[in-house]
Design a protein around this ligand. Structure first.
Ligand SMILES: [Zn+2]
Length: 83
């Protein structure tokens, strides 16, 4: 499970625990979770992937190709397909 799927699942489970099925049907929890993720995405929220990566070669730091000791954190958008 990717981080974004994990986050979406958490929001859905949270909504499920807060509302009864008659107040919020099962599939509506997913729709609401998606809506929240869309909003966060529109505000520039991204998922940071652990560690730093060589900006030139894409290897983890320290880069085994150029020896770079500083790189950049890799990020992933909250919404799939928005890379
Ligand atoms: Zn490198």
């Amino acid at each position: 499970m990717t981080k974004r799927e994990e986050i979406k699942k958490f929001i859905s489970l949270y909504l499920r625990s807060r509302f009864t099925v008659s107040e919020m049907p099962e599939d509506e929890c997913d729709t609401e979770a998606e809506f929240i993720l869309q909003y966060l995405h529109s505000q520039g929220v991204v998922i940071k992937i652990g560690g730093e990566w060589c900006t030139q070669h894409g290897y983890p730091i320290p880069c085994h190709k150029c020896g770079a000791r500083y790189g950049q954190a890799r990020i992933e958008p909250l919404i799939k397909g928005e890379e």
